[in-house]
Ligand binder design. Structure first.
Ligand code: CMP
Length: 503
């Protein structure tokens, strides 16, 4: 696409330059214009080049002046036409160079400042040469060197512009940052560099505003740069009550942060105690970002994940101890009520239909409720699994890895269950299960299920049928990626019996 654009421009360019050149070639010479104008004014050009009236007398001053005016105006037109040719050629050459150098990337980083400086030099030199060919008698150089007054006036007028230009040149030579880098300019703001020009720098702030700073101002400031091709780090802070084990907190938070999008997989996040504060233990999470320009979104997601993990693991944030925090205690459901609620859900699951009310209640007693954030993994492929889950609220997707991509093989919703394969056969998790929205699940572990399976051999049959079905579906997908080892030949029923030590 880019090359066809270049071709189109090349055709326009050649056509335009050819047209201008043709006009210049066929442009009437000074002599032609001179004699034509003289004839129009009723004069004749003598053999020595001087003018005379048709009657052979000396022409009036008026006639002489008009002819030289016409000749000079046409010379200026010629200069303008030549300058148009020069400008067109220079612009096309720069365009082609930019295209050739940045065929795949953004051309934004080509030094537009350098382009401008080179173009201006070429224009000035070309103008001198063209001007001298048209007006050989006029000396341009003394105009620039001789006039001190003009120098001072122009100098004063361009003081700021030249200051910016030279500061810009220094910036180009130094290249402390490039387009796409995140910069923090002390006292002025922070954002992503969008453009570096000969006048200044344009920065897109995180509020999507444009911050324009002139080069001369920028030269005096301290600039903190987070280059876009660098593994930049950030810190997020949180705290917990003194009653919670920091080791546990660190372990849970690190695991939660690792799963957040844009947290680099190249470096393990660091979670550590920053301070033993007045209100509780102050922690910091140091993590590295793939894309630093969306750092604030990533910070927010990390805080959100910390909240969820705290909620699940019953860890409390520390409140300021000096603030009187009076909050009506939420009326907690009585244990019986909780068990009844869980039992109600378990009753709705078809595979548990054969169970008696007492067995359902026993199962409900052995289950715990957990909440997961959108995008959070509830189980991960390949891990050892000793629990299964029933979805009470929300939905999940079942994913396998195929050529480095996460492929969704199924989605499950309220009253569906998952995680039964590993729990019942002892094999590693066959797939990852990720919460699509905030999802509440019931977690049933091996010890809770064992007495139920022992008392209901037909349940083993029903579950193993479903496991076989899911395995078949997975085998089809996995055959392409051969990421996980699924053994459909080995009957699930045998595995379950063996794993649970059943007859
Ligand atoms: P488990 O292997 O313990 O962990 C991943 C879970 O994903 C697995 O148990 C099943 O419960 C579930 N699962 C695997 N394949 C499918 C499928 N094709 N459809 C629905 N759920 C599945």
């Amino acid at each position: 696409m880019a090359s066809s654009e270049l071709q189109k421009r090349a055709i326009y360019f050649l056509g335009f330059v050819a047209l201008l050149t043709a006009v210049l070639i066929f442009f009437p010479s000074d002599e032609t214009i001179f004699s034509y104008t003289a004839t129009q004014l009723g004069l004749q050009v003598l053999a020595d080049g001087s003018l005379a009236t048709l009657a052979g007398q000396k022409p009036t001053m008026m006639g002489d002046t008009t002819i030289s005016l016409v000749v000079n105006v046409l010379r200026i037109v010629k200069i303008l036409l030549w300058m148009t040719v020069v400008v067109t050629i220079v612009r096309f050459v720069f365009y082609s160079i930019t295209k050739a150098l940045y065929r795949n990337g953004a051309p934004g980083e080509v030094s537009s400042l350098l382009q401008t400086v080179i173009s201006v030099i070429i224009y000035i030199v070309s103008f001198f040469i063209i001007f001298q060919t048209q007006f050989p008698g006029v000396q341009l150089a003394p105009l620039f060197t001789g006039s001190t007054i003009i120098g001072i006036v122009v100098g004063l007028a361009l003081q700021d512009t030249l200051g910016n230009l030279f500061a810009g040149l220094a910036l180009q030579a130094d290249q402390p940052f490039q387009v796409g880098d995140v910069v923090i300019i002390s006292g002025r703001g922070e954002g992503v560099v969008e453009m570096v020009s000969w006048r200044g720098v344009k920065i897109r702030t995180f509020q999507n505003k444009l911050l324009v700073i002139s080069n001369s101002v920028l030269g005096k400031e301290t600039i903190e740069v987070a280059p876009k091709d660098n593994l930049n780090a950030k810190a997020v802070f949180f705290n917990t009550l003194y009653s919670h084990s920091p080791t546990r907190t660190i372990q849970f938070v690190r695991e939660a942060v690792r799963q957040v999008d844009n947290v680099s997989k190249k470096m393990r996040p660091v979670v550590r105690i920053r301070n033993l504060g007045d209100n509780g233990i102050d922690f910091e999470v140091k993590y590295w970002l793939d894309d630093y320009t969306i750092q604030h979104d990533t910070d927010a997601l990390i805080r959100q994940r910390i909240w969820y993990v705290f909620q699940r693991e019953k860890i409390d944030f520390a409140y300021p101890t000096r603030t009187l925090h009076i909050e009506p205690k939420p009326v907690e459901a009585a244990p019986d009520e909780v068990v009844n609620n869980i039992a109600e859900h378990l009753n709705r699951i078809p595979i548990f239909n054969p169970l008696s009310d007492e067995e359902i209640e026993r199962l409900a007693n052995a289950s715990t409720s957990r909440v997961y954030a959108p995008g959070e993994a509830i189980v991960r492929a390949g891990q050892v699994g000793n629990s299964m889950f029933v979805i009470i609220r929300g939905s999940v997707k079942v994913q396998i890895t195929e050529n480095d991509y996460q492929k969704t093989v199924n989605t499950l919703a309220e009253d569906d269950f998952f995680g039964e394969m590993s729990l019942l056969t002892g094999e590693p998790r066959s797939a990852s299960v990720i919460a699509i929205v905030e999802t509440q699940v019931l977690r049933i572990d091996k010890n809770g299920l064992k007495p139920i399976l022992e008392a209901n051999p037909e349940l083993v049959g029903v579950i193993s049928e479903l496991i076989e079905e899911r395995k078949m579906a997975l085998t089809k997908e996995v055959a392409k990626s051969d990421e996980l080892e699924i053994s459909p030949k080995k009957g699930a029923i045998t595995s379950i019996r063996k794993f649970f030590g059943l007859q």
